[in-house]
Structure formats: structure tokens, C-alpha cells
Ligand binder design. Sequence first.
Ligand code: ADP
Ligand code: ADP
Ligand code: MG
Length: 448
Amino acid sequence: MYKRILVANRGEIALRIIRACRELGVETVAIFSEADRGAAYLELADEAFCVGPPKGADSYRKIDRVISAAEIGNVQAIHPGYGFLSENAHFNEVCRSCKIDFIGPTPEAMGRLGDKNTARKLARDAGVPVVPGSNGLIGDESEAVRVAHEIGFPVLVKASAGGGGRGMRVALNDLALKAALQQARTEAEAAFGDGSIYLEKYIEHPRHVEVQILADQHGNVVHLWERDCSTQRRHQKLIEESPSPGLSSETRVSMCEAAVRLIKAAGYTNAGTVEFIVDSQGGYYFIEVNARIQVEHPVTEMVTGIDLIKSQIRIASGEPLPFEQFQIVASGAAIECRINAEDPQKSFQPSPGKIERLIAPGGFGVRFDSHAHTGYVVSPHYDSMIGKLIVHQPTRREAVVTMLRALDELRVEGIKTTVPLHREILRHAAFVEGRIDTTFVERSGLTQ
Ligand code: ADP
Ligand code: ADP
Ligand code: MG
């Protein structure tokens, strides 16, 4: 096991990793930007270094500064969390050349799966169903039109480097397709520095179901069942849960096995998530792999009892998985609500500022993963998520009740949050009955 690791992230996930390390007896080195100086969670690290000004690009994403902090901090490994450098294969390679373990897949496996278009090809070769679409990247407009006619409208124009719901456009006809191509390319260029585009059939009213994987460096690969992240707004996840309501056990098992096949074919190690779209007939189609820990990992932890962050660290340090597939049993139902500092009245614009009062919920079956507290100032420079509220109960119905109770207890004053929206969703008949798909929130007028 490592003696000391660097946590190359901020906010709730930095705190989550520090907590896991403390339990493992591993020392931590934190990094922070000028905007995060003095944040309370940094006190839990053994050491903390400033890596630059507030902008992520000048601090948390700045490879030379993060590596310098790792060198000065004398760590053996770096945990990248999610976002920032977590899916950056170049950073991963730099870590290797500096003889620092990157807690995640190898740069090679990341390269094979990080790019959505390449991952699609690998999935097809591994016998994993993919969404009908282009056989590779789209060159020009005429090629896009030809492919769209082959697969049929509506189509989804997607950026190969896309993430966080960006670089994606639906098109219903030729004219809209041409505009969508341009928009998706421009957005992807700006956000990811890569304007490569491919096409997928737009599956109507799909569910988003994803499979959590753990793979060690000794060839063992297991899945930790699925998470349903259909409760979304603008292709971004709001609520995640496990198990997925309304999935037949055949589909569930088949999908989890397909995910394991793909991970094995890619020679992928550490924690990863294989994302699928499930249509109304129960057909499932691969969409992408997230080669990192995910925001919603706690719901899987609650139902399986397996600490995913500790597992990541143990795998990276060379330990074999301590369990086999048949020992991974999912019990009960877990739900997570992402608490974002956003203003529902102003089309969910970020709502940074000082939290005048924060009271965290608690009690049986409740977990609140957050770095925020009374007096904490939410910075405008980063993602607006200030915490995750997670509940776990024997049944989904009970989990819904507990979540509503916990949302009532949660007090965040001084800034606007997504708490009122979560309350409405949790009370909505379609959600309560598990009749959710990725368009449910918007169709129900819950975000107006
Ligand atoms: P998950 O499936 O883990 O929820 P998301 O796509 O929501 O994945 O991204 C996880 C985190 O990383 C979020 O905080 C999101 O804002 C951030 N993120 C993802 N992709 C990007 C990106 N390209 N640029 C900036 N932040 C990103
Ligand atoms: P990101 O990298 O931004 O997470 P994904 O490819 O995972 O992008 O897609 C994000 C979301 O967009 C999905 O959860 C789903 O809601 C929607 N989506 C993606 N592909 C399709 C598709 N082919 N048909 C319908 N919806 C899709
Ligand atoms: Mg995704």
C-alpha cells in the first residue's frame, strides 16, 4: 500500500478521497487554487499546496503544477477524482514517466476507451450492442446526410471527445442536421479542443443505465451491477439510483456481462463505468465508457457495501480484487440527488455566493457527501455541485420516502439550489412508480 498520495481535485470528491485515505492509513497531499485557499476540507489532508489562480485551466488542470506538487509532496500516487485531469491520457503518461502511479487505467486503455468513436468500434468487436450510427467519424456534410438517411431521423450528432452533456445535438431533418453538425463541432472545439464528430440514431425516450466495473492488474474483472441515471436535465444527470427500476433481470445480467466483455477486450484496469441507453423494448446499446470514478459512485457503494475509492487505491497499488463476481450482491435501493448551486428560476444558472446557513440531514439510511458548510463561499469558477445526498433503504419506495425526509431536513440558505426541483421530482407519480426516461423531467414541465 502507498504511504502518501496526492489528491488532484477539489470539493466533495477531494474530501471523499481524503476520507478513504485516512481510513487506509495513507497520508494525503491536497492541492488548491487561490479560490479554494482556506477551504475546511484541506485541513484533513496532511499537506496542501497552492497550484495557481482560480481558473481550472491555470491550476487543477495545469499538469506541470500538479506534478510539481506531487514531487515536492513526495507521493507515490495521484488520485485524479472526476473532471479536471481524470480522463487526460497525456497527464496519465506524464505521471508514468515521473514514476508516480496514476490511480486509474493505463494511458493505453484510456486511449482505447476515452475517445467515444474508438470505444464504439471496440464495443462492436467485443460483441457489445452499440447505438446504430456512423461507422467512424463523419467527414463532411454530404457524408452526414447519407448516414442519417441510412439510420433514419432523428439522429444525434455527437463529439467524439464530448463529456458533461456537451457537444451533442439532435437533428430531425437534413437542414437541421447541417446546422447541428456545425454547432456540435464548434462547441466541441471550444470545450475539448477536438471537433471530431460522429452520428448515432437518437433513441426516443430511453433510459440511461450504466454498469460499474472494477478490474485489477491480475486479469480479474467484476461488475458491481447497474445505476439508472435517467433523471436528467439537458443530458446532465440530476438523480441516480441503483438498482434500475423496471429493468428485467435478463437485460440486467446481459448488460452487466457485456460491460465486463468490453472492459476485458480493452485491457482496462481500475474502476470504470460502461454507459448504455436502454430503449422502451428493453434493447440496450453501448454509448460510452467513463474511464474514472463517477459522481454517482455512492449509490453503488450503498447497495454493494464496497468502497469504490478504497478499491481504486488498492488496485492501483497492485492488490488483487478481494472478491469474485458471485460475492458481489446488491441489496436494497439507493438514490442520490445532486445538490447544485443553481437558480431554478433563472433556467438553472449557477448561483455562487456565501452559504449563510447549512444544516446537513442525517439519520438512518442517509449519507451527505459534501465539502460545504455554513459560511462556505461557492466559487463561480467551478462546477456548481456543492454536495450529494444519498439514501439507502430495503426498497425503492422506502428510499423515496427517506430522500424526501432528508431533503426537508437539508437547509442551504444564502444561495439558490436544486433542492426544490428534487422535491418535485421525488413527489412526481412517474418517478415514484419508476416510469422514468431521460426526457421525463423536461416533459413533465418540472424545470420550467
Ligand atoms: P458523471 O457521469 O460522473 O456524472 P459527468 O459527465 O457529469 O460524469 O462529469 C463528471 C464531472 O466532471 C462533473 O463535475 C462535470 O462538470 C465534470 N466534467 C465532465 N466533463 C467535463 C469537461 N469536458 N469539462 C469540464 N468538466 C467536465
Ligand atoms: P457525455 O459524455 O456527455 O456523458 P453520453 O454519450 O454519455 O455523453 O450521453 C449523455 C446523455 O445523452 C445520455 O445519458 C442520454 O441522456 C443522452 N444520449 C446519448 N446518446 C443518446 C442516443 N443515441 N439517443 C438518445 N439519447 C442519447
Ligand atoms: Mg456519459
